[in-house]
Write a protein that binds this ligand. Structure first.
Ligand code: MRU
Length: 365
């Protein structure tokens, strides 16, 4: 996607041939800063600190982390250490394990001297796959927008967290159909949940929609239900960090409450996802998906720009009050109208997923 007319991806090979560059997402929306990653520790740190975040982008960054590790030491031990270090960075998004498994399967059979080059090529292929996948998700999701627009003229869509191009290599998952609908000339307006505590909606989704010229309004996390009761949301679209065989959807904390409100108000609730986000080993999302718990400081403190233009961090809670920071929740499949995959839209159910991924029949958990 473009920033001030210049095309960017979220991760790209450095000009020195030995690094990759990323956009430091902890600095957005106030500053646009790029960083260079050169080592497996750099990659792990970027994921843990959320300089890169969003399920597909975490996977792509981890893949390059494997390349860095193998370039320094291509032994089996180094491969295992890098795999484990990168896997431990964040627990919930399954794309991380998917990318690491793909990297390991590609390089492990090779002689040590060939591993680094193969790892680089595989990382680049993971990135290209992600771009093509998100583009296809956008094309399939676009049809939902066209159907609504043909009936009522405009499309009011609500999204949670950031499932835009910043969360992937390009295009995004939930935002890909929105960009395509906007580019096709449809009258689209996006209600952007702020997404406390890290504000991925207010800071990242609003930023990227604004840069692309998509009309949007940031709302507090608790507003969606009210808007839906008053007929001001035509559909919800969110991303996911892990989707189970049965169609349960784990996504940023607060997604479940939006799905409940959508269900109560008969607002369609869609989830956009690439194949790499499906965990074919898990059936019951609530019982089986590990939910990341992050530092309470993300809740008790907020960072923003003050009126003099300085970036400052302030405490917003009563001093001494403990804070619990659960980063994800699970929306049961029964609340999901449909899954928008790169192969088409399907029901959020085992049969639905198998209808678009028939090669998994007989192999899922
Ligand atoms: O904690 P984050 O910012 O990495 O969480 C991101 C999300 O929850 C996104 O909605 C999800 O990864 C889907 S993005 C394509």
């Amino acid at each position: 996607m473009k920033i001030d007319g210049k095309p960017y991806r979220t991760i790209w090979p450095g000009s020195d041939g030995a690094s990759v560059e990323i956009i430091d997402q902890t600095r957005l929306p106030h500053e646009f800063v790029t960083l260079r990653l050169r080592t497996v520790d750099d990659a792990a740190r970027a994921i843990t600190t959320m300089q890169v975040r969003g399920a597909p982008l975490i996977g792509a960054t981890a893949a390059y982390g494997m390349w860095f590790a193998l370039r320094a030491d291509a032994s089996d031990d180094s491969l295992t250490r890098a795999y484990e270090k990168l896997l431990a960075t964040r627990p919930t998004a399954i794309n991380l394990r998917w990318a690491l498994d793909r990297m390991r399967a590609r390089v492990r059979p090779l002689p040590a001297k060939e591993r680094a080059a193969a790892a680089y090529a595989e990382s680049a292929a993971i990135c290209e796959d992600d771009v093509a996948t998100c583009h296809a998700i956008g094309k399939h999701g676009l049809k939902l927008f066209q159907a609504i627009a043909s009936k009522k003229g405009d499309v009011q869509v609500l999204t949670h967290c950031n499932a835009g191009w910043l969360a992937t290599v390009d295009w995004g998952t939930a935002l890909a159909p929105i960009y395509m609908a906007h580019d096709a000339g449809l009258k689209v307006h996006v209600w952007v949940d702020e997404t406390r505590p890290r504000n991925q909606g207010a800071s990242l989704t609003a930023w990227e929609l604004g840069r692309h010229g998509v009309p949007h309004t940031v709302i507090a996390d608790n507003v969606g239900g009210h808007l839906m009761q008053h007929g001001r949301v035509d559909l919800c679209i969110v991303g996911t960090d892990r989707t189970t065989v049965c169609g349960d959807v784990c996504n940023k904390i607060g997604t479940y409450l939006k799905a409940l409100a959508a269900h109560d108000n008969r607002v369609p609730f869609y989830v956009a996802l690439p194949h790499s986000t499906i965990d074919w080993t898990v059936r019951d999302g609530v019982a089986e998906i590990p939910i990341e718990e992050r530092s309470g400081r993300e809740l008790t403190h907020m960072t923003g720009r003050d009126e003099d233009g300085n970036i400052v961090t302030i405490q917003v809670t009563s001093p001494g009050s403990p804070a619990a920071n659960f980063a994800f929740d699970v929306t049961p499949a029964r609340l999901v109208t449909g899954l928008i995959t790169e192969r088409g839209v399907c029901q959020a159910s085992e049969e639905g997923l198998l209808s678009v991924y028939p090669e998994r029949r007989g192999k899922a958990a």
